[in-house]
Design a protein around this ligand. Structure first.
Ligand code: URP
Ligand code: ZN
Ligand code: ZN
Length: 468
């Protein structure tokens, strides 16, 4: 039994047209001006709605062990929260423990992720590059179908890699055709700034952004891109927040380097006045890199980079913690778990503030939130609407207006960084692998119905400045 979606306006990264779309057996089987339902088919009237490819979140952290606690959404709840926001697939970060072989870490991550109701994949985070890691990287790509890695240039003493490791990881990734995703902040500089602030008794959440100025992000972005260029590796800079970092990416792109940049809605829409909130309220906004001041031009640089195609993708960095968890840092901002919820809000925020705000059109919104991540990370059957593609779709109703709130989102986070934000349009239905997982009002997810998506490597060395 299939589903026929009638008379919606199909929007892909490059096209807009009104059509009927039929789904069966988890795939899109027909697209035509008029389709006759087959026996037993369900029919959905989508007149007046947009039919979008399922949104893909390339940057989330479900049940992440981090800063002495674990992020609040597990794979079931986090995935379901995404479904309510039009997400049909996400890429989590599988974390290597200290001294842990990479394949062992993947085993542990599969055990946690199998309860996801929607499809998922992983970036493999390398936190401890040892003598066997290069060989394990090849195994991760060839045997496990994980074709992207992650390095943290920050979080000294925990996840941070040094320049030698950065060099080795870029070198190997270029050989095996993998993308290296990078958290770009100079972790040494951040650590020193943190110690200096604490020594002056500056302990509140408002000092978190002071300890991580934009120059430390710009410098690390430049360094990561240089190391990638040296080896001809493909780098993808995650959660970019500032003009220094965007300019570094732009310079690399203009040199012909294959590299990508991601930002997140929080960096486009929030500014550092959020840290003025009383009663430790600013802790909800503690994430790294930090929310930036508006007067410095960072927000404008990010928005224009989305319109002029210097940035390639919008993720969320969904990594929620409850207020109770944030209180771990009540007398020391460096101990506040970094991160916030976002997987459920990205599509409506991009539509309201990106499309209706005049920064880009609907096609570009689809490209940033679905097609771009699918192409960059090799999710071959996702990110577009065409016969043979996965039956992952969003029916988006552009009518109506509402406010975002932690009271109505599905994440376990008890505060929302978008509390009270007014948004236009709503996700009227999310269909993942041919099944409705969100009907516009309620979740209809099935625990464990999501599948791990294995990928093939495509980013082999290009224009290396040294011979491998
Ligand atoms: O503050 C953040 N971003 N938390 C999640 C971990 C990371 O750095 O992406
Ligand atoms: Zn990060
Ligand atoms: Zn992250």
């Amino acid at each position: 039994m299939g589903i026929v979606i009638r008379s919606g306006e199909v929007v892909t990264a490059s096209e807009r047209y009104v059509a009927d779309v039929r789904l069966d057996g988890g795939s899109i089987t027909d697209i035509a001006a008029k389709l006759e339902p087959k026996d037993g088919d369900e029919t959905i009237d989508a007149a007046g709605q947009y039919v979008l490819p399922g949104f893909i979140d390339p940057h989330v952290h479900m049940e992440l062990p981090f800063m002495g606690t674990v992020s609040a959404d597990d794979f079931e709840i986090g995935g379901a929260s995404g479904a309510a926001g039009g997400v049909t697939c996400y890429i989590d970060f599988c974390m290597q423990g200290k001294g842990e072989p990479l394949p062992k870490a993947i085993e542990g991550w599969h055990a946690k992720a199998k309860k996801s109701a929607i499809d998922y994949s992983y970036h493999m985070a390398i936190t401890d590059f040892g003598p066997n890691t290069a060989a394990e990287m090849r195994e991760v790509v060839e045997k496990h179908g994980i074709t992207s890695f992650k390095i943290f240039m920050a979080y000294k003493g925990a996840l941070m890699v040094d320049d030698g490791q950065l060099y080795e990881i870029m070198r190997e990734a270029a050989k095996i055709g993998a993308v290296v995703t990078v958290h770009a902040e100079n972790g040494e500089a951040v650590w020193h700034l943190q110690q200096e602030l604490l020594a002056k008794n500056c302990t509140g959440p408002e000092f978190h952004p002071v300890s991580r100025p934009s120059i430390v992000e710009g410098e690390a972005t430049e360094r990561a891109l240089a190391m990638a260029r040296l080896h001809g590796a493909t780098a993808y800079i995650v959660h970019m927040t500032c003009k220094e970092s965007v300019q570094a990416l732009q310079r690399a792109k203009l040199l012909g380097q294959r590299c990508y940049g991601e930002t997140c809605p929080q960096y486009l829409l929030l500014d550092d006045t959020v840290f003025d909130k009383p009663d430790f309220g600013g802790s909800a906004y503690v994430m790294s890199p930090p929310i930036r001041p508006r007067h410095m031009g960072h927000h404008a640089a990010l928005w224009s980079s989305l319109s002029n195609r210097m940035l390639d993708s919008v993720g969320t960095d969904h990594c929620p913690f409850t207020h109770e968890q944030k209180k771990m840092g009540v007398s020391d901002f460096t101990k506040i778990p970094n991160g916030a919820a976002g997987i459920e809000d990205r599509l409506v925020l991009l539509y309201t503030y990106g499309v209706l705000g005049g920064h880009f059109d609907l096609n570009r919104m689809v490209e940033l939130g679905s097609t771009g991540p699918a192409r960059i990370f090799g999710l071959a059957k996702k990110g577009s609407i065409g016969v043979g593609m996965d039956a992952d779709l969003v029916l988006f109703d552009p009518k109506g207006e509402r406010s975002l709130s932690a009271k109505t989102h599905h994440s376990k986070a008890d505060r929302s960084v978008y509390e009270g934000f007014s948004v236009r349009g709503r996700v009227a239905r999310t269909i993942a692998a041919g099944r409705t997982v969100w009907d516009g009002q309620n979740l209809t997810t099935t625990r464990g119905a999501g599948r791990f998506v294995a990928r093939k490597p495509t980013h082999f060395a290009q224009h290396a400045e040294v011979k491998p």
